[in-house]
Design a protein around this ligand. Structure first.
Ligand SMILES: Cc1cc2nc3c(=O)[nH]c(=O)nc-3n(C[C@H](O)[C@H](O)[C@H](O)COP(=O)(O)OP(=O)(O)OC[C@H]3O[C@@H](n4cnc5c(N)ncnc54)[C@H](O)[C@@H]3O)c2cc1C
Length: 421
């Protein structure tokens, strides 16, 4: 029993990268944590390409050596392929970042997420798999004081002063409070599958992420994974992809022909998995926190994955939330307002990425033109692409605004009862 008379200091709902990181960091602080994960790991998940700055939270929670020893392909770069199949100069992270973080990975999420979950358990978090959180328990003042959960058909309650919602795109708290605000402009869907035996580029480029444009409409990702498998998917507007059929395999085969590089690279391979789709794209919750509740990772916000920012934002928000929760517990005040700085920081990072995503979808914007006109902006641009996101990017986006229409910052995302993030 901890000081507060409850068995736990914090309940973490969801054992993806955000939840496992939050649980690991809180355990390092000596907090008693229970993590509830509805699936039995290893389980499938999309989101395989990491950003260089994932290194820092991964280092902090102590898994970098395991990542280095893993069979995950090393990712040195990202490259863009134009609609006519022409490849850009690869964008090598080590040209900008003189640190071992410049080499990142393409991960099998089943293995990566299991590694992070086991790491949280090894640090002392009580990890319970096959336990689905069904509801948040609130006291008479509306403060979250625990959760109702279900395992193998039995329901039970757990209580703690703080609950961290890391339930990913299921977004438990967002769904229960009707807090989801969609980003209408980024209203895309994705269709993806896996190929075995598809072509890989030689040398350093073998593990590169390739983003290949589909004329006027969207883009393919091409992510080399272990065991000669490649993850390949298309992201575009629903009306465009579903214009003559809703069969994902047919749509996929139709779109492959729209980019010569993709068609060529897949020509030697065979589909080796099912086709998967996801809709309901980018969103952000109205609030990042309430009394006794903090939202992390996709449970707070999801952004179009073109720049592979999702896992990084999950790891980093998990880490930042854990720090804020530890400080709040220390002061005996876990009210929503305690998480204002947390929300402001996470939103700052998301905003930088969101502007870049808007620019990507603007046909008047090309990285090359930006850098030719504003060579001094290359560093800032690279910082965004590697994940060094939590700072002021005004000069960069003033320059980008000369080419692309950029969005106003989203005003929601602050804790309940606080103003703009
Ligand atoms: C098509 C697509 C492509 C993507 N590509 C990339 C990419 O290349 N690179 C990248 O960085 N990101 C990518 N992402 C984003 C990435 O997948 C997510 O940002 C990342 O997984 C978020 O981590 P998380 O821990 O917040 O959530 P998740 O990884 O989704 O983990 C949430 C966990 O919570 C569990 N859970 C859910 N509900 C409950 C409940 N009620 N009770 C208990 N447990 C629950 C789930 O089972 C899951 O294990 C992509 C996303 C999509 C949709």
């Amino acid at each position: 029993m901890s000081k507060n008379g409850m068995a736990y200091d914090a309940i973490v709902c969801g054992g993806g990268p955000a939840g496992s990181t939050a649980a690991a960091v809180l355990s390092d602080f000596g907090r008693r944590v229970v993590l509830l994960e509805k699936e039995a790991f290893p389980r499938y998940h999309i989101g395989e390409s990491l950003m260089p700055y994932c290194y820092f939270p991964l280092k902090r929670i102590g898994v970098i050596e395991k990542m280095k020893a893993s069979h995950f392909p090393k990712k040195y770069s990202v490259q863009f392929v134009s609609t006519n199949g022409k490849v850009s100069q690869p964008f090598y992270f080590f040209h900008h970042l003189d640190h071992e973080a410049a080499v990142t990975w393409q991960v099998l999420r089943s293995e990566f997420d299991q590694l992070l979950l086991e790491n949280a358990a090894a640090k002392g978090a009580e990890v319970r798999q096959g336990v689905a959180v069904k509801a948040l328990i609130k006291d008479g003042q509306g403060r979250v004081v625990g959760v109702e959960a279900e395992a193998k058909g039995s329901k039970f309650e757990l209580r703690a002063p703080v609950t961290i919602d890391a339930t990913g795109r299921d977004a438990l708290s967002v769904a229960r409070h009707d807090w989801r605000v969609r980003d209408a402009y980024l209203n895309k869907i994705a269709i993806w599958t896996y190929y075995k035996g598809a072509k890989r580029d030689p040398g350093l480029d073998e593990g590169a992420t390739t983003v290949a444009y589909v004329p006027e409409k969207g883009w393919f990702w091409y992510i080399p994974l272990p065991n000669d498998v490649v993850s390949v998917g298309i992201v575009a507007e629903r009306e465009y992809l579903y214009r003559d059929t809703r069969d994902p395999a047919e749509i996929f085969q139709r779109e492959i022909k729209e980019n010569a590089w993709i068609a060529d690279h897949l020509s030697t391979g065979q589909v080796c998995d099912s086709f998967r789709t996801t809709g309901e794209y980018s969103y952000r919750s109205k609030h990042c926190a309430a009394d006794g509740l903090v939202l992390v990772g996709d449970a707070f916000a999801f952004l179009d994955p073109v720049f592979s920012s999702g896992v990084f934002l999950a790891l980093r928000s998990g880490e930042l939330a854990a720090e804020a929760v530890d400080a709040a517990l220390r002061d005996g005040d876990v009210s929503a307002a305690r998480f204002k700085d947390y929300g402001a920081k996470v939103c700052q990072g998301i905003e930088a990425m969101r502007k870049l995503v808007y620019a990507f979808y603007d046909h008047n914007f090309h990285f090359r033109d930006l850098i030719i006109k504003h060579p001094a902006m290359k560093g800032d641009l690279t910082d965004c692409l590697i994940g060094d996101l939590f700072r002021d990017f005004d000069p960069l986006f003033k320059a980008v605004a000369g080419f692309a229409k950029l969005p106003d910052p989203v005003k929601h995302g602050a804790p309940v009862g606080c103003d703009t993030p």
